[in-house]
Design a protein around this ligand. Sequence first.
Ligand code: MN
Length: 194
Amino acid sequence: MKFTQPKLPYTPDALAPVISQMTVEYHWGKHEKAYIDTLNRLVEGTSFADAPIEQIIRDAEAGPLLNNAAQAWNHIFYFFQFSPTGRREPQGALHQKIVDTFGSFDDFKKAAEQAGATLFGSGWVWLSTDTDGNLFLTQGANADNPMRHGLKPLLTIDVWEHAYYLDYQNRRPDYLHTVWDIIDWEVIEGRYAS
Ligand code: MN
């Protein structure tokens, strides 16, 4: 299967100043493009040649094919949860579950920021759910993805340096504290409900 990079549903400057146009152009335009190009090259001739990307992420053994498939998927999931005009707080069943699990929406955000700040090296912070609708906040190193661990991802924050260094330099906590301003909770609720 030939994987293609979707077109973002907003212009490259739409997330500024939280994420600058230059970061979108490098992170989505160059890093993500390279993951997809490499995935297409590596998957050729393997038993996953016709598999959906999610199957590669669940079943491939550790190595370059898994890493590039997961990174390709993770970045699409990350960039498509943002909107310059979205709703900034969860509602309904997801909001209630966040309150039940973390105490409040603010407590959830604090816990996610803490998870991102304390993740050593490169990786992702994930909010995921299981088949019973329970919520899980986890750190994933490098190209990890909750689908590897039987969970369904709902939200992710990329804490690789390329995600924030142009805009925040070494201030990863500032990036984590500001990123809420561009997350569209209608998207996250849609993932939770599906
Ligand atoms: Mn990234």
